[in-house]
Design a protein around this ligand. Structure first.
Ligand SMILES: Cc1cc2nc3c(=O)[nH]c(=O)nc-3n(C[C@H](O)[C@H](O)[C@H](O)COP(=O)(O)O)c2cc1C
Length: 192
């Protein structure tokens, strides 16, 4: 459903973070799919910053120029690869992202696109990992909230190691559709 207060043509930024992109199956396919969606900007953080020295001004400028930011990465130790943490620590500065005068991110939408090695049924109460992926990502959600962003339900591809090439292709198609929906200002699937 189209949300009335959202115009079509939202500018979508995908920040892709994979420390070993050449060994990636799932994220490589998602990345290729994202590149094929018109109106979506893609940046590869590990390619931009192999030495972890993030150009804060450049990152702030590119984020400010978009309405929706998608952080796409594999799940590493129930969280993000380390460059994503560094990105948060460096880019989300006081007076820009939060605190006095820190309004640059207010009203933007934030979504994580995450692949997990663990299957969907290995997450959740009473499961092997004990928590839902969304629960484990609470620090990321809290960060988005503190910066005044709308945190969207993460896009999850689970059981990554056991997916066939065809299944990965299907997930890539769903991802492209989700990104196109975000560009067109769609609300949460089944929600907002
Ligand atoms: C350092 C490291 C930590 C990982 N931690 C988790 C984890 O906490 N939970 C999980 O489900 N998978 C975990 N995995 C598996 C990756 O999430 C999985 O290999 C990846 O999502 C597959 O995507 P790709 O084909 O793009 O590499 C981990 C993998 C590595 C290398």
């Amino acid at each position: 459903m189209m949300n009335d207060d959202r115009a079509k043509g939202m500018r979508v930024l995908v920040l892709h973070a994979h420390p070993a992109p050449r060994r990636s199956r799932v994220n490589a396919a998602l990345l290729a799919a994202a590149r094929g969606v018109e109106g979506v900007t893609v940046r590869e953080l590990y390619e931009e910053y192999p030495d972890f020295f993030i150009d804060v001004k450049a990152e702030q400028e590119v984020v400010a120029a978009h309405d929706v930011v998608v952080m796409q990465h594999p799940f590493y130790w129930y969280s993000t690869p380390s460059l994503v943490k560094e990105w948060f620590d460096e880019v989300l500065t006081s007076g820009w992202a939060y605190g006095e005068g820190g309004t640059a991110l207010r009203g933007k939408r934030w979504m994580h696109a995450v692949s997990t090695g663990g299957a969907a049924e290995s997450y959740g109460p009473g499961s092997e990992h004990g928590f839902t992926v969304r629960q484990l990502m609470a620090p990321l959600e809290a960060t988005a909230r503190l910066c005044g962003m709308e945190y969207l339900e993460p896009f999850l591809v689970q059981g990554a190691g056991r997916l066939s090439g065809a299944e990965i292709g299907e997930w890539a198609g769903r991802y492209a559709a989700r990104l196109a929906g975000l560009r067109d200002g769609d609300g949460e699937p089944g929600g907002a």
